[in-house]
Write a protein that binds this ligand. Structure first.
Ligand SMILES: [Zn+2]
Ligand SMILES: [Zn+2]
Length: 210
Protein backbone atom coordinates (compact mmCIF):
# COMPACT_ATOMS: atom_id res chain seq x y z
CA UNK A 1 0.00 0.00 0.00
CA UNK A 2 1.31 3.39 -1.03
CA UNK A 3 1.26 6.29 1.40
CA UNK A 4 0.88 9.92 0.40
CA UNK A 5 3.89 11.60 -1.18
CA UNK A 6 4.75 15.31 -1.50
CA UNK A 7 3.78 17.17 -4.65
CA UNK A 8 5.50 15.61 -7.65
CA UNK A 9 7.26 17.18 -10.59
CA UNK A 10 6.53 15.76 -14.03
CA UNK A 11 8.56 16.19 -17.18
CA UNK A 12 6.64 16.53 -20.45
CA UNK A 13 7.52 13.58 -22.71
CA UNK A 14 7.54 15.83 -25.77
CA UNK A 15 9.27 19.05 -24.73
CA UNK A 16 10.84 18.09 -21.37
CA UNK A 17 9.29 21.04 -19.50
CA UNK A 18 9.08 20.32 -15.75
CA UNK A 19 5.64 20.94 -14.26
CA UNK A 20 3.94 20.42 -10.90
CA UNK A 21 1.39 17.61 -10.76
CA UNK A 22 -2.00 18.94 -9.61
CA UNK A 23 -5.17 17.22 -8.41
CA UNK A 24 -7.52 16.88 -11.39
CA UNK A 25 -11.28 16.85 -11.64
CA UNK A 26 -11.94 13.20 -12.22
CA UNK A 27 -12.98 13.46 -15.86
CA UNK A 28 -10.34 15.99 -16.88
CA UNK A 29 -6.83 15.58 -18.34
CA UNK A 30 -3.63 17.49 -17.60
CA UNK A 31 -1.83 18.97 -20.62
CA UNK A 32 1.65 20.47 -20.97
CA UNK A 33 1.48 24.29 -20.66
CA UNK A 34 4.16 24.71 -23.36
CA UNK A 35 3.34 22.16 -26.09
CA UNK A 36 -0.12 20.95 -25.12
CA UNK A 37 0.79 17.24 -24.98
CA UNK A 38 -1.21 15.00 -22.63
CA UNK A 39 0.64 14.66 -19.29
CA UNK A 40 -1.73 12.41 -17.34
CA UNK A 41 -5.43 11.68 -16.96
CA UNK A 42 -7.86 12.13 -14.11
CA UNK A 43 -8.18 9.12 -11.86
CA UNK A 44 -11.76 8.13 -12.68
CA UNK A 45 -10.64 4.99 -14.52
CA UNK A 46 -8.61 3.87 -11.49
CA UNK A 47 -11.62 4.44 -9.21
CA UNK A 48 -13.80 2.32 -11.51
CA UNK A 49 -11.13 -0.40 -11.56
CA UNK A 50 -10.92 -0.44 -7.74
CA UNK A 51 -14.72 -0.67 -7.44
CA UNK A 52 -14.80 -3.51 -9.98
CA UNK A 53 -12.12 -5.43 -8.04
CA UNK A 54 -13.88 -4.91 -4.70
CA UNK A 55 -17.27 -5.95 -6.16
CA UNK A 56 -15.70 -9.04 -7.77
CA UNK A 57 -14.13 -9.96 -4.41
CA UNK A 58 -17.47 -9.49 -2.64
CA UNK A 59 -19.22 -11.80 -5.15
CA UNK A 60 -16.47 -14.43 -4.80
CA UNK A 61 -16.69 -14.22 -1.00
CA UNK A 62 -20.45 -14.72 -1.22
CA UNK A 63 -20.14 -17.70 -3.58
CA UNK A 64 -17.40 -19.32 -1.47
CA UNK A 65 -19.74 -19.07 1.54
CA UNK A 66 -22.92 -20.26 -0.19
CA UNK A 67 -21.66 -23.57 -1.56
CA UNK A 68 -20.22 -26.60 0.27
CA UNK A 69 -16.46 -26.41 0.78
CA UNK A 70 -15.84 -29.36 3.13
CA UNK A 71 -17.25 -32.81 3.71
CA UNK A 72 -17.36 -33.64 7.40
CA UNK A 73 -17.62 -37.07 8.91
CA UNK A 74 -20.58 -37.67 11.21
CA UNK A 75 -21.56 -41.12 12.44
CA UNK A 76 -19.54 -42.76 9.68
CA UNK A 77 -21.04 -40.81 6.76
CA UNK A 78 -19.77 -37.65 5.09
CA UNK A 79 -21.90 -34.50 4.88
CA UNK A 80 -20.93 -31.63 2.61
CA UNK A 81 -21.04 -28.31 4.40
CA UNK A 82 -20.29 -24.63 3.82
CA UNK A 83 -17.55 -22.56 5.44
CA UNK A 84 -19.97 -21.44 8.15
CA UNK A 85 -21.03 -25.06 8.70
CA UNK A 86 -17.37 -26.02 8.98
CA UNK A 87 -16.87 -23.33 11.62
CA UNK A 88 -19.85 -24.64 13.63
CA UNK A 89 -18.72 -28.27 13.35
CA UNK A 90 -15.18 -27.36 14.43
CA UNK A 91 -16.61 -25.49 17.39
CA UNK A 92 -18.76 -28.43 18.47
CA UNK A 93 -15.83 -30.81 17.95
CA UNK A 94 -13.94 -28.89 20.67
CA UNK A 95 -11.67 -27.01 18.29
CA UNK A 96 -12.75 -23.44 19.11
CA UNK A 97 -9.36 -21.94 18.12
CA UNK A 98 -9.42 -23.40 14.62
CA UNK A 99 -13.09 -22.46 14.35
CA UNK A 100 -12.27 -18.86 15.29
CA UNK A 101 -9.35 -18.80 12.84
CA UNK A 102 -11.52 -19.97 9.93
CA UNK A 103 -14.38 -17.64 10.90
CA UNK A 104 -12.04 -14.64 11.18
CA UNK A 105 -9.77 -15.07 8.17
CA UNK A 106 -12.17 -16.69 5.70
CA UNK A 107 -15.43 -14.89 6.51
CA UNK A 108 -15.44 -11.97 8.98
CA UNK A 109 -12.30 -10.00 8.15
CA UNK A 110 -12.68 -10.08 4.34
CA UNK A 111 -16.41 -9.30 4.65
CA UNK A 112 -15.73 -6.32 6.95
CA UNK A 113 -12.90 -5.00 4.78
CA UNK A 114 -14.91 -5.33 1.55
CA UNK A 115 -17.95 -3.62 3.11
CA UNK A 116 -15.77 -0.78 4.40
CA UNK A 117 -14.11 -0.37 0.97
CA UNK A 118 -17.50 -0.29 -0.80
CA UNK A 119 -18.72 2.23 1.78
CA UNK A 120 -15.75 4.48 0.94
CA UNK A 121 -15.61 3.98 -2.84
CA UNK A 122 -19.23 3.71 -4.09
CA UNK A 123 -20.29 7.22 -2.92
CA UNK A 124 -17.14 8.66 -4.58
CA UNK A 125 -18.37 7.19 -7.88
CA UNK A 126 -21.53 9.30 -7.42
CA UNK A 127 -19.47 12.41 -6.45
CA UNK A 128 -20.35 12.11 -2.76
CA UNK A 129 -18.21 11.64 0.32
CA UNK A 130 -19.37 9.02 2.84
CA UNK A 131 -19.81 10.28 6.44
CA UNK A 132 -16.97 9.32 8.80
CA UNK A 133 -14.68 8.63 5.84
CA UNK A 134 -11.44 9.20 7.78
CA UNK A 135 -12.51 6.71 10.47
CA UNK A 136 -13.50 4.06 7.94
CA UNK A 137 -10.21 4.62 6.10
CA UNK A 138 -8.22 4.05 9.32
CA UNK A 139 -10.37 0.99 10.05
CA UNK A 140 -9.49 -0.48 6.64
CA UNK A 141 -5.77 0.17 7.19
CA UNK A 142 -5.97 -1.50 10.62
CA UNK A 143 -8.02 -4.51 9.54
CA UNK A 144 -6.02 -4.95 6.35
CA UNK A 145 -3.08 -6.40 8.31
CA UNK A 146 -5.36 -9.29 9.27
CA UNK A 147 -6.58 -10.04 5.78
CA UNK A 148 -3.31 -10.29 3.89
CA UNK A 149 -3.04 -13.10 1.42
CA UNK A 150 -0.36 -14.83 3.48
CA UNK A 151 -2.70 -14.98 6.46
CA UNK A 152 -5.37 -16.47 4.20
CA UNK A 153 -3.08 -19.13 2.84
CA UNK A 154 -1.60 -19.93 6.22
CA UNK A 155 -5.06 -20.25 7.74
CA UNK A 156 -6.16 -22.47 4.89
CA UNK A 157 -3.11 -24.70 5.26
CA UNK A 158 -3.50 -24.95 9.05
CA UNK A 159 -7.18 -25.67 8.60
CA UNK A 160 -6.57 -28.36 6.00
CA UNK A 161 -4.02 -30.04 8.23
CA UNK A 162 -6.23 -29.87 11.31
CA UNK A 163 -9.30 -30.97 9.39
CA UNK A 164 -7.70 -33.89 7.64
CA UNK A 165 -8.72 -36.38 10.32
CA UNK A 166 -12.38 -35.38 10.32
CA UNK A 167 -13.03 -33.74 6.98
CA UNK A 168 -12.11 -33.65 3.33
CA UNK A 169 -12.15 -30.55 1.16
CA UNK A 170 -14.80 -30.56 -1.60
CA UNK A 171 -13.14 -29.47 -4.87
CA UNK A 172 -16.29 -27.62 -6.00
CA UNK A 173 -17.42 -24.11 -6.86
CA UNK A 174 -16.87 -22.79 -3.30
CA UNK A 175 -13.20 -23.83 -3.30
CA UNK A 176 -12.59 -22.21 -6.71
CA UNK A 177 -14.40 -19.08 -5.58
CA UNK A 178 -12.21 -19.01 -2.49
CA UNK A 179 -9.06 -19.36 -4.60
CA UNK A 180 -10.35 -16.55 -6.84
CA UNK A 181 -11.04 -14.47 -3.74
CA UNK A 182 -7.43 -14.79 -2.60
CA UNK A 183 -6.31 -13.56 -6.06
CA UNK A 184 -8.79 -10.68 -6.35
CA UNK A 185 -8.22 -9.66 -2.73
CA UNK A 186 -4.48 -9.39 -3.23
CA UNK A 187 -5.20 -7.39 -6.40
CA UNK A 188 -7.29 -5.00 -4.27
CA UNK A 189 -4.41 -4.67 -1.80
CA UNK A 190 -1.91 -4.10 -4.63
CA UNK A 191 -4.10 -1.53 -6.45
CA UNK A 192 -5.30 0.45 -3.45
CA UNK A 193 -3.27 3.59 -3.03
CA UNK A 194 -3.92 6.06 -0.23
CA UNK A 195 -2.64 8.82 -2.52
CA UNK A 196 -5.17 7.95 -5.25
CA UNK A 197 -7.93 7.60 -2.69
CA UNK A 198 -7.45 11.06 -1.14
CA UNK A 199 -6.97 12.40 -4.68
CA UNK A 200 -10.49 11.16 -5.57
CA UNK A 201 -11.84 12.77 -2.39
CA UNK A 202 -10.05 16.08 -3.18
CA UNK A 203 -11.36 15.98 -6.75
CA UNK A 204 -14.94 15.88 -5.45
CA UNK A 205 -14.16 18.82 -3.15
CA UNK A 206 -12.69 20.63 -6.17
CA UNK A 207 -15.97 20.16 -8.04
CA UNK A 208 -17.73 22.09 -5.28
CA UNK A 209 -19.61 19.24 -3.62
CA UNK A 210 -19.66 18.66 0.16
ZN1 LIG B 1 5.47 19.80 -23.48
ZN1 LIG C 1 -15.06 18.59 -13.55
Amino acid sequence: METSSPQKLLACRHCDLLQHEVVLHRHHDAHCVRCGALLYRGTRARLDWMIALVLASAILLLVSNLFPIAALEKYGTYHATTLAGTVLTLYYQDRPLVAALVLGTAILVPALELCALLYMLLPLRACRIAPGLAYVFRFVLAIHRWSMMEVFLLALLVTLAKLSDLATIVPGIALWAFAGLIASFSAVAASFSARDFWGWVDAIGAEGRP
